[in-house]
Ligand binder design. Structure first.
Ligand SMILES: Nc1ncnc2c1ncn2[C@@H]1O[C@H](COP(=O)(O)OP(=O)(O)OP(=O)(O)O)[C@@H](O)[C@H]1O
Ligand SMILES: [Mg+2]
Length: 358
């Protein structure tokens, strides 16, 4: 910032507040470089700032050494007016939200560790002191009950505040698995799946947690549609393994979510390297780094790598997500969950329109 320029601009009063422009927080930048004064003025979407810009230009020109003036206007959206890069407002966006943040974990392909990643991201956030809930929306292969040691739960009770989620490790959990018998072929039709998911989202007593994680079924379909029609989620995390085939499927999943205007929070590479339980040596069984390169190529954030370990599988089977404990895998989930929240914050920010005027 150039002090002389800033002081001069502060003598211009902000039409809205009557304060000086600097004091009113209207200036995002004011520099003089090689005879060019560049001023970044914050404006509201409906504000006509032409007169103010003219005043800024002539004031800046008065200063010694200024030959040219550029005023750049960044337009801040008025509340309720979505920016083009944000999702269009649908009825779902106005529905009451069951949580402060709602993040889905999905994959283009089955078996890449989507549920493992969902459960451990939830565990990691809980460990960091956030209140967390999980909706297991995978009717065809619900695995959250196993991952949280809740295999014996059959059915859900309805209390005063709605459907009562099960609880494990401080996480409120509603799973489609609580409604179906293990091993029974699922005969649910699409509308039933949609109805159950919508009812869970709207009627479960989630306790308005900091984060609601949704474990999505693989592929495209009924569950995705039901969620898109019920609430506007913050975004989706795509789990992927490093093989080319899995990456192809991740690309398809991203394209599908982009069609429903769901923000992509990023990619997580699961089963990235094998960590030997004896010597700790890392081997690249499926290759390594493909997901990061793919994320870069697609312009979506890369949230981290989760190693393939025997401990992770064992702890998953015994209902104790590894991210509750200590060690390299838990650390990897901590980093990924932090990156995920940063990405969710970024998606929420309205992108300013930059208008260049000389
Ligand atoms: N990083 C890992 N290290 C070791 N085992 C893993 C890892 N990730 C997942 N697994 C194991 O791989 C299997 C599949 O994982 P998971 O059930 O999470 O995948 P999914 O993508 O949710 O599958 P589905 O498509 O059936 O829902 C599980 O047995 C799980 O314990
Ligand atoms: Mg799963």
């Amino acid at each position: 910032m150039s002090d002389a320029l800033l002081a001069r601009l502060d003598r211009i009063s902000d039409p809205g507040s009557g304060k000086g422009l600097a004091e009113a927080g209207r200036l995002d930048g004011a520099v003089i470089d090689k005879g060019v004064a560049t001023i970044v003025l914050k404006a509201d979407a409906d504000e006509d700032s032409a007169a103010l810009k003219a005043e800024i230009e002539s004031a800046a020109r008065e200063l010694d050494g200024v030959k040219r003036v550029r005023v750049i206007t960044t337009i801040q959206r008025a509340p309720g007016k979505p920016h083009a890069r944000q999702r269009p407002v649908k009825a779902a966006a106005d529905a009451p939200r069951p949580a402060k943040r709602i993040i889905a974990v999905a994959a283009g392909k089955g078996g890449v560790g989507k549920s493992t990643v969902a459960a451990n991201l939830a565990a990691s956030l809980t460990k960091q002191g956030q209140s967390v809930a999980i909706l297991d929306a995978d009717i065809y292969g619900p695995s959250i009950p196993r991952l949280f040691g809740l295999r014996d739960i059959k059915g859900l009770k309805k209390g005063d505040k709605g459907i009562e989620p099960a609880q494990a490790h401080g996480v409120r959990i509603v799973s489609m698995g609580f409604l179906t018998k293990p091993g029974q072929p699922v005969v649910w039709r699409g509308p039933m799946v949609q109805g159950a998911i919508q009812q869970f989202l709207n009627e479960a007593d989630w306790g308005y947690p900091d984060v609601l994680i949704i474990d999505m079924p693989p592929g495209t379909g009924d569950a995705q549609l039901a969620i898109a029609q019920t609430i506007a989620i913050d975004g989706v995390v795509i789990a992927c393994t490093p093989q080319d085939l899995a990456l192809d499927d991740a690309r398809k999943a991203i394209a599908m979510f982009e069609k429903t205007h769901t923000p992509i929070l990023g990619l997580i590479e699961n089963m990235s390297v094998f960590l030997c339980p004896h010597c700790g040596e890392a081997s690249e069984i499926f290759g390594h780094g493909g997901t990061r390169a793919e994320a870069e190529a697609m312009g979506v954030p890369f949230l981290g790598e989760i190693p393939l370990t025997i401990e992770l599988r064992e702890r998953s089977d015994s209902g104790e997500p590894v991210a509750f404990g200590k060690g390299p895998v838990s650390d990897a989930f901590a980093r990924a969950s932090e990156a995920m929240l940063v990405s969710a914050d970024e998606v929420r920010k309205p992108a300013p329109d930059i208008v260049l005027t000389d």
